[in-house]
Design a protein around this ligand. Sequence first.
Ligand code: ADP
Ligand code: MG
Length: 277
Amino acid sequence: MTAVLEQIQASLVGLRMPHALESLAPVVRRIERGETDALGAIHELLSGELAFRETRRVGVALTTARLNPPKTLDGFDFAFQPSLDRHRVMALAQLDFIDRAEAVHFLGPPGTGKSHLACALGVAAVKAGRSVYRTTLAELVDSLAAAKRADRLGDKLRHYRRTALLIVDEIGYVSIDPKAANLFFQLVNARYEKGAMILTSNKGFAEWGDMFGDPVMATALLDRLLHHATVVRIEGASYRLREHADLIPEHVRANAPIAPPPPPKRRGRPPKTQELS
Ligand code: ADP
Ligand code: MG
């Protein structure tokens, strides 16, 4: 191996360019065979390294954001959910709502794709280089309550405020006591007009008072969460139950209201795992 090749290798190690280092030998062989020239080789090494780093960055950011396994808008069957305006969702994927620090609400019965769409927008945001964090409301208030007990609520609120997009999934599946609701309110207040949020819920806004056990708190929350907000209602059938349409009562199948449908009657063995949302 020529001395200059060794020096290039040492430089790539020093610059922490593992992908270019690995590609160096094959690229040099291609130069020798006349399949590429010097400019082509430089371009290949650099663009390969860049793509490798970008893939790694997105992988790490998706894990940090808790968006694994990632959902995509390409993987969403809009034909299955005719009440949903595809263009509206695609417009959200332009991510302007993040720049404007606005809230997006996905409302609808279980299985209609709320979490899928929230995650897919989160994935798009991660790819665009924004910081994202996904949590459920239950996990969020638990973590805030733990921080409060440890006298570190301020730190925790600052931590949550820093992400450009906070996804709060599964609002409405569990009731939140007024103390926990107050912690959620503090978080929403800290992020208000500073950071974007996506919220998913199987409950209509009118039910938030009961859900949070405090109508005054719920009103204050909604005041902030509905100011500059996009509300996307999905009124269709559950994608999870699509193969069992015959088991689902007609009133749930068509025009399902924003309330949990009664559980379908099961035939045969029950499924091993039962998801809530
Ligand atoms: P929700 O949060 O509204 O209860 P999810 O987003 O969790 O529903 O959807 C349930 C499952 O069905 C997920 O695996 C999701 O990826 C899938 N899913 C839901 N709607 C669609 C759709 N229209 N096209 C493709 N997959 C879908
Ligand atoms: Mg869900």
